[in-house]
Design a protein around this ligand. Sequence first.
Ligand code: SAH
Ligand code: SF4
Length: 358
Amino acid sequence: MAGVLPSLIGLDARELSAVATELGERAMRGRQLAVHLYRHAAQDLASMSDLPAAFRVRLAEGYQVSPLQVAKHATSLDGVDKLLVHNGDQQVFECVLLPYADRVSCCLSTQVGCPMGCTFCATGLGGFDRNLSAGEIVGQYLMLQSLTPRPISHVVFMGMGEPLLNLPNLLKAIRLLHDEVGISHRRITVSTVGLVPQIRELATHKLPIHLALSLHSPVDEVRSRLMPVNQKWPVKEVMRAMRDYHNTTGRKITIEYLLIHEVNDTPEQAALLAELVKGVPCVVNLIPFNWVDTGHGFSRPSRDRVRNFRRELEKRGTNATERVERGHDIAAACGQLAGQHTGRFSRRNALRVVESPA
Ligand code: SAH
Ligand code: SF4
């Protein structure tokens, strides 16, 4: 069964050189392998024709190329590709390719499920299974890259899971994306629910990556209702950590703000939000709630309410953008990941359903 052999994706050029020398080849073969795997997004050894055939045979005996298998591939009417993948263990997670006129971006998962329990999020309500390895994280990027001739230039960690709960593997994946694939740190965005110690730890690495905080309300009572993490790390503390992150890395921060009808989309909260971020170089990204039945009766605000909220921010000098939503017809939006394939909260059964004959 695939998934039993260790995968090559996830190893850096130095580690691949060690594999090559172990198999009786020169170390430079490992570097060549790294170019195929990461620069060319090769998904099999057969295409690596400049590597000796005997080396490829020995590699195939001990390793698989990618840790991932595709369970489902969906393409939306507006050109978004979504892959549902797993490593052979029945635990599915998703990644999404987002082509734009001027760039190609992708959205990657860092965990199977998520333990943070945000009350608006399909992933959170499906519970937590496990952390993804660095190879499984970068493997998503490479699978998506193999679908398009255009280079994927931007990576956002906004798929399933809380990236900062899987920091060592996230950091290794970022290192592979930077060193081996060649993506600039500035084009990598990590989105967090707001774990203060991990934000501070990430800052110590001094990587110029972009950090986005899912704030969703400037009011502790409201934020706690939406995000249990707020009971531990309330608004002021998490904002302080974000401000310090900016001071350490020099990167402008993003505040993500999910808008839920009459919960956190009021003019009063817009005013409090503007006050909260005053003096912090940031942009507020407004995301209208993607409807999922989480049992809390949340609904999506009208376009008018979204526009009003934005106007309230802008008239106080706060930069705000609205997320351009894509891939609606294949449920590619954030928070609507693998759980939705089989209905409510049934991610664990998703693979079985996907694989059963239609
Ligand atoms: N765990 C991280 C990153 C993954 S979630 C985080 O929470 O930031 C990525 C984004 O999708 C977050 O801003 C999250 O709040 C948002 N999201 C979750 N469920 C959503 C939904 N139903 N509609 C719109 N956005 C949602
Ligand atoms: Fe986890 Fe992010 Fe969903 Fe919250 S919004 S449950 S942190 S994936």
